[in-house]
Ligand binder design. Structure first.
Ligand SMILES: NC(=O)c1ccc[n+]([C@@H]2O[C@H](COP(=O)([O-])OP(=O)(O)OC[C@H]3O[C@@H](n4cnc5c(N)ncnc54)[C@H](O)[C@@H]3O)[C@@H](O)[C@H]2O)c1
Ligand SMILES: *[C@@H]1O[C@H](CO)[C@@H](O)[C@H](O)[C@H]1NC(C)=O
Length: 299
């Protein structure tokens, strides 16, 4: 096809997509049923992972819960069973590739093929770049992004065979905007957003339309993950709110889930506001949390 024709087709596609989105605003999205799925959640022993497990449990799905914290993950499992779901727990250190691979083998052998994979486990250090210990930086990348590769390599093959599944990446607004005292964290979350986008493109290129992807990007959540967070323009969310939005996004195969959705406006402003205005907006936003800040002072 010649270029002129292809560009015309592109423009028609753009207009069609906008019209479709407009119509869909008024029609409730269809929700898929997940009662027969096997759902694996990493970092299910606390916070967003735990709240997400509760939401899935209400659908009576089979849950496979991973966490490094045995007590936490058992507590989550007890409540999920009470809600009516079948639950298996594993103590896994997601910063260790071999730990992930060996536990994945046990899951496949004893429970079955995971069809919804939720990569949620995450860590944060909250310190300026020069105060970060090398092992902290390493661990941030091991858990927040590399683990996503190892779990996917373990569970995607079965999803590919059946052309059925869903890979969920828990990233953050910090995967779209750079924040001070979170250099390692933001880099790892930008990587997670990139992981989600590239994997989405690859599954489509391979014609695996039955494998869906979703990426969750919330602002601060009051799980104790970041200590004493506050901002002037955004709420500090409850894990239950985030988990409900996440589940809704998964059930409707939504690709990018911002919580609150108004984060979109900030990202849009970031694209075209002049540098000086962005600095002013940042100041207005007045983001605060507990962090170790030495600012390069040697002691
Ligand atoms: N809380 C926030 O403000 C916020 C905002 C945006 C995104 N997120 C992301 O949401 C996810 C969950 O965060 P949360 O707020 O629920 O934190 P949380 O600390 O309450 O829960 C994280 C869970 O992951 C587990 N975990 C940590 N390291 C692990 C490891 N090496 N192996 C296995 N499990 C491990 C912890 O034991 C814990 O149960 C993270 O990926 C985080 O980056 C959090
Ligand atoms: C998890 O693995 C990392 C990397 O090997 C290690 O530094 C850390 O101590 C481990 N955590 C636990 C609780 O075993």
């Amino acid at each position: 096809m010649n270029l002129f024709l292809e560009i015309s087709v592109l423009l028609i596609t753009v207009i069609y997509s906008y019209l479709e989105a407009l119509v869909k605003l008024f029609i409730p999205a269809k929700r898929k049923s997940i009662g027969a799925e096997i759902i694996l959640i990493t970092g299910a022993g606390h916070g967003i992972g735990r709240a997400t497990a509760f939401e899935f449990a209400k659908h009576q799905s089979t849950l496979v819960l991973w966490d490094i914290n045995k007590h936490g993950v058992e507590e989550t499992a007890d409540e999920c069973r009470r809600l009516g779901s079948t639950v298996h727990t594993f103590v896994v250190n997601c910063s260790k590739r071999e730990d992930i691979y060996s536990t994945a083998e046990k899951v496949k052998k004893n429970i079955g093929d995971v069809t919804i994979l939720v990569n949620n486990a995450g860590v944060v250090s909250c310190a300026d770049l020069l105060s970060l210990q090398d092992h902290q930086v390493q661990n941030t990348f091991d858990v927040n992004i590399l683990a996503h590769f190892w779990t996917s390599k373990a569970f995607l093959p079965a999803m590919m065979r059946n052309d059925h599944g869903h890979v969920v990446t828990v990233a953050s607004t910090a995967g779209h905007i750079g924040f001070e005292y979170l250099v390692d964290y933001c880099s790892s979350k930008f990587a997670a957003v990139g992981y989600h986008k590239a994997l989405t493109a690859e599954l489509s290129a391979l014609g695996k339309y039955g494998i869906k992807t979703s990426c969750l990007c919330p602002v601060f959540v009051n799980t104790g993950f970041v200590k004493n967070p506050s901002t002037r323009l955004m709420p500090v969310l409850k894990p239950e709110t985030v988990a409900r939005k996440l589940l809704d996004g998964i059930l409707t195969n939504k690709k990018m889930i911002f919580v609150p959705s108004s984060v979109n406006i900030f990202l849009f402003l970031n694209l075209f506001l002049p540098e000086r205005a962005l600095v002013a907006l940042n100041k207005l936003q007045d983001l605060k949390f507990d962090a170790v800040v030495h600012g390069g002072k040697e002691d």
